[in-house]
Design a protein around this ligand. Structure first.
Ligand code: BGC
Length: 446
């Protein structure tokens, strides 16, 4: 991408920029209910994950759209038409089903559903109803993310999740969306990678002053464009400014979603990377880093129906803090280590700490070499298999991502997709890895 953000030291940005028979969510009893014994083992979920802003295109009422288009910006390029999935969702869902999956993770976009405060778009809600119906028509369990980082521009302008009343506003959106869509949902999560500010703080630290200045310039430009001095984006806030409100928002939204209609498991997804001490003396430091990565979110997950584990790599910790990948280690296009084994570690950790069922809601690799994607998948799934063999309550594996898509501040350069998308014609071309994972999915258990 070679833009100013690259120079600003964003080389590790990929880590932050960087899941109808199942309709009744079989086998995953909801929090607060007696949930064992289950009658029959539920089918293992095999899916691909997407996010509204990264694939839909034309998300003009969102905070990210504004940030991508102001000057200065830290975005390599704007999302623009993305994969045009707002119109081509039927094609995407049919393709995922043809490949062999039984689950489809996607986001509903708050900025489309509530483009102005209190103004709910029936057309947008109907759109997502059609997406859900398309999933069922193709035998895919719809797994819905209520918030994948983007918020309405008006919400960002009034201070986003820094504001005390933000949980009420998010819960109001969750309630309205669920009223319209709940009947068809199979699984839901409130926030995608609720702990993202904590990961970002660690990864952006390498960007230094230049990055801080670039971000400040961009947020300042967004504030100016919205006539506000409080403009706030989830991805770029220090955790302490937004987290208390986000934790409340998660709980309030979860209650709103649980009010129905529909009766399906609701979880929260967490960015979880393996944390490894490189020498025994660094063990305490590694534990402290784990604490810093997750903050209150593993606790929040204890009250949810499942914890969504999202893993891409590992972090290595020495006595003085995070150390680089070992000399000669294979690196992905996202700038971090190729480390599929990390997933086994995070599944085990999430299951142990939360005591809740686990669903891998994201796991994947940015690469232009699809053979390496296949190798990554096979090695990650070997860990999944060991977890299942050890009796860990793991309910599914949802790969990031179905499509090559808008990778946040990196733009379109990083390819996480099982399916390539032509940037001009939007033609979808499944890669060998798509067929490979689809064949595994068809077999049922890993
Ligand atoms: C996010 C995705 C992102 C992926 C790859 C995850 O952190 O949920 O939106 O595209 O990582 O960077």
């Amino acid at each position: 991408m070679g833009s100013s953000d690259e120079k600003a030291g964003l080389t590790r940005r990929g880590a932050v920029g960087s899941l109808a028979a199942l309709a009744a969510a079989p086998g995953l009893a909801t929090a607060g209910t007696a949930h064992r014994p289950r009658k029959a083992p539920a089918p293992f979920l095999w899916g691909t994950a997407t996010a509204a802003h990264q694939i839909e295109g034309g998300n003009v009422h969102s905070d990210f759209w504004l940030a991508e288009n102001v000057k200065p910006t830290v975005f390599a390029e704007p999302s623009a038409d993305a994969c045009d999935s707002y119109h081509r969702y039927g094609e995407d869902i049919a393709l995922a089903a043809r490949l062999g999956f039984n689950c489809h993770r996607f986001g509903i976009e708050w900025a489309r559903i509530e483009p102005e405060p209190g103004m709910f778009s029936m057309a947008a809600l109907d759109h997502y109803k059609r997406v859900i119906e398309a999933c069922h028509a193709h035998g895919l369990a719809p797994m819905v993310t209520y918030s994948h980082w983007t918020v309405p521009r008006w919400f960002a302008a009034r201070g986003g999740f820094t504001q005390a009343d933000s949980p009420d506003l998010f819960a109001r959106f969750a309630e309205r969306a669920t009223k319209h869509l709940g009947d068809g949902i199979s699984y839901a999560s409130t926030f995608n990678e609720a702990n993202i500010q904590r990961i970002a703080a660690i990864l952006f630290a390498g960007g230094g002053d230049q990055l801080r200045q670039a971000l400040t310039g961009m947020i300042g430009a967004c504030a100016k464009a919205s006539g506000s001095d409080r403009f706030s984006m989830v991805l770029f806030e220090p955790a302490e400014r937004v987290e208390p409100q986000m934790v409340k928002a998660h709980h309030q939204a979860m209650a709103a979603i649980k009010a129905g209609p529909g009766s399906f498991p609701v979880g929260v997804t967490i960015s979880m990377q393996a944390v490894e001490a490189v020498v025994p003396a660094a063990q305490a430091r590694a534990e402290a880093l784990r604490g810093a990565l997750y903050g209150p979110w593993l606790d929040a997950a204890k009250g949810a129906d499942f914890v969504g584990v999202q893993t891409y790599t590992r972090l290595r910790v020495g006595p003085d803090g995070i150390v680089p990948a070992p000399q000669g280690a294979e690196m992905t296009e996202a700038g971090y280590e190729f480390r599929p084994e990390a997933l086994e570690d995070t599944i085990r950790y999430a299951a142990k700490v939360t005591g809740r069922p686990v669903i891998v809601t994201e796991n994947g690799i940015a690469t232009n070499n699809d053979a390496r994607r296949i190798a990554y998948i096979d090695q990650a799934l070997a860990g999944v298999k060991r977890c299942l063999a050890d009796g860990i309550d793991l309910r599914g594996y949802v790969h990031w991502s179905l499509l090559d898509n808008f990778e946040w501040i990196s733009g379109y350069k990083q390819k996480f997709g099982l399916v390539a998308v032509d940037r001009t014609t939007f033609r979808r071309s499944p890669k060998p890895s798509a067929v490979h994972l689809g064949q595994i999915a068809r077999k049922g258990r890993p």
